[in-house]
Design a protein around this ligand. Structure first.
Ligand code: NAD
Ligand code: ISE
Length: 340
């Protein structure tokens, strides 16, 4: 059976997801698109797809079975609530939403519906290198994880599009989510340190160092740089009681010439995580075809939102800011066991 999908938001990642849904993956067809910029939606619409006047019209249409949300974060809540009201499975790009109150409203609506409908776009969980890293930690041969070092460097961000909070409210959510998933732990507190500002960083607070405290007592340090210039550089290393496990460098052709021996670095997230995005949609298509969702959930989106909120408080206060989560609804599985 072919899943009939509508895409909301046809900017950078919306176009990339439309490409994979139409040219790479099977069992799926993009039947509708919409964007507040109608010309952009029209240009991005695959042949035969309808251009809808609004997200609401797309979500409510009988021709659309499942929805992909690629609009800006602040627009996600309304669109998610509309999808849940229409009982349609929905893939929502990160961040799930941009405030704790909004995350709770989405969670309550999904709980009232009675089963999962939402998958959040935390694509790192579908990346083969991260999956192998998690398998090593879960295997237990290295003992308990004590520290996780996460490096998240972007070559650049579009000028004028983001505020100074962007590294903390847009980028950090990936590191928060992958830390919770890799360590099977919840984040309980956040500290932020701001070094000398990069002259490349324009008006952004860039770089930043974030320290995440977890329920088990493990610590995560995160470097976020959003204007590093040389490429998109994602690294991760877990120090455990009995050894260290790291993400490998990306395999790339080794070039030797008069400048030395070197390997290319991905230009941006599209290139680095191309296979991970394909895989997250493969899994989404299967679940959505059955009217449900698997993978990163509303609960995970809520957790990442709380970390971003705490980071924004921490950068102002200079202190450790607590993260306090509500009790985990049964819909999202077992709560993570915390050592006494
Ligand atoms: P973008 O600005 O290139 O595109 C966003 C599009 O959404 C624009 O065309 C805009 O007109 C449209 N839009 C905004 N509000 C809308 C609304 N209310 N209704 C309809 N259309 C609306 O941004 P982008 O880089 O494509 O990012 C989109 C989302 O994807 C963001 O939430 C971002 O954080 C996320 N993202 C995720 C990844 C990832 O690695 N998972 C990478 C990039 C972006
Ligand atoms: C972007 O929105 C993403 O989600 C990318 O994965 C991330 O690396 C980048 O910092 C964000 O701006």
């Amino acid at each position: 059976m072919t899943l009939r999908v509508g895409v909301i938001g046809t900017g950078m990642i919306g176009q990339d997801h439309i490409r994979r849904l139409t040219q790479v993956l099977s069992g799926v067809r993009v039947v509708g698109v919409t964007d507040i910029d109608r010309a952009r939606a029209t240009a991005a619409a695959p042949e035969g797809a309808e251009v809808f006047d609004s997200p609401q019209a797309l979500i409510r249409s009988d021709s659309v079975q499942a929805v992909v949300i690629c609009s800006w974060g602040p627009a996600h809540e309304e669109q998610l609530l509309e999808c849940i009201a229409a009982r349609k499975p929905v893939f929502c790009e990160k961040p799930l939403v941009t405030s704790e109150a909004a995350a709770l409203r989405v969670m309550e609506a999904e709980e009232a519906h009675g089963h999962r409908l939402v998958q959040v776009g935390f694509m790192r969980r579908f990346d083969a290198d991260y999956r192998r890293l998690k398998a090593v930690i879960d295997g237990g041969s290295l003992g308990a994880p004590l520290l996780y070092h996460s490096v998240h460097r972007n070559a650049s961000v579009p000028e004028g599009l983001y505020t100074s909070d962007m590294p903390l409210n847009d980028t950090l959510v990936h590191d928060a989510d992958i830390s919770r998933w890799l360590l099977d732990d919840e984040i309980t507190g956040v500290e932020v340190r701001v070094p000398r500002r990069s002259t490349r960083g324009k008006d952004l607070r860039d770089p930043v160092v974030v320290l995440l405290h977890t329920a088990s007592g493990a610590l995560v340090d995160v470097e976020i740089s959003v204007n590093i210039g040389y490429g998109y550089d994602i690294r991760g290393e877990v120090s455990c009681e009995g050894g260290v496990a790291s993400l490998p460098n990306r395999p790339a052709t080794v070039v030797s010439d008069r400048h030395g021996i070197r390997q290319a670095i991905p230009a941006d997230w599209r290139e680095r995580f191309i296979d991970a995005y394909d895989q997250e949609f493969r899994e989404w298509i299967v679940a959505a075809g059955q009217g449900t969702a698997t993978g990163p959930s509303t609960w995970d989106g809520y957790a990442a939102t709380l970390v971003a909120d705490a980071a924004l408080r921490a950068v102002e206060s200079g202190r450790l800011e607590p993260v306090r989560m509500r009790a985990k609804p049964a819909l999202y599985g077992e709560p993570i066991a915390v050592a006494a």
